[in-house]
Design a protein around this ligand. Structure first.
Ligand SMILES: Cc1cc2nc3c(=O)[nH]c(=O)nc-3n(C[C@H](O)[C@H](O)[C@H](O)COP(=O)(O)O)c2cc1C
Length: 198
């Protein structure tokens, strides 16, 4: 799949098919994360990969935002929950100095996009989630204090086909009467400056 085409077609997915995600597909995503650009090449990320049906519900309990909305508000129905998660950690020992957190978060963002696009190429939908209960997830997954949980990526085979619209006044996402999620994106002409800010 062409990279630009993948970027154009990818949308965050919050309703998933009742179908397991194989370990090999998830491992490939982590391999892509491993190869992402990294400030001073410190590669501060570690990843907990979850596809065990017994562990999934506990993670779902601890996420929020649109990914957890009731079905009539665009969230998943009872059998549309994520079928895998990648929990993104920063290893504080590898990070060294806590003042480097700003750089570390760029690292994580770039690694996360590699994960998201590698999943997309394999037909797997994703939703990056910042609204999560870190304390309870830490307990559930036995994450040591040496690591911070910085992002959750919900994953699974898509059971919805959201569309990117051209934004006019509002950037609000909405679900139409047919259940299609619409994601307004700013227009190219509104964000590009040619050879200087004018
Ligand atoms: C840093 C970040 C945090 C996000 N956190 C959440 C979240 O907590 N819950 C959720 O449902 N979606 C979350 N999202 C997904 C965004 O809502 C989504 O990317 C945005 O609406 C644009 O839609 P698209 O990804 O389909 O282009 C997050 C995305 C990013 C980049």
């Amino acid at each position: 799949m062409d990279v630009y085409e993948a970027i154009r077609k990818r949308r965050s997915i919050r309703r998933f098919q009742d179908k397991a995600v194989p370990w090999e597909a998830l491992e490939k995503c982590i391999d892509a994360a491993r190869l992402a650009p990294s400030g001073r090449n410190q590669q501060v990320g570690e990843y907990i990969v979850i596809n065990d049906a017994e562990v999934l519900p506990g993670v779902f309990e601890n996420i929020g935002g649109s990914a957890k909305q009731p079905p009539d508000k665009g969230g998943p129905g009872p059998i549309q929950h994520p079928r895998a998660y990648i929990i993104v950690l920063i290893n504080k020992e590898w990070e060294g100095d806590a003042n480097r957190r700003r750089v570390s978060l760029y690292d994580i963002g770039m690694a996360a996009e590699n994960i998201i696009l590698t999943a997309h190429e394999q037909g797997i939908g994703t939703c990056p989630i910042l609204m999560f209960n870190e304390a309870d997830l830490r307990l559930l997954l036995e994450v040591p204090e040496s690591h911070d949980i910085v992002l959750v990526i919900a994953m699974g085979y898509p059971d919805e086909s959201p569309v990117a619209d051209v934004a006019d006044d509002s950037l609000n996402i909405y679900v139409d009467e047919k259940g299609v999620r619409h994601v307004p994106k700013r227009q190219l002409a509104d964000i590009i400056h040619r050879n200087g800010f004018k």
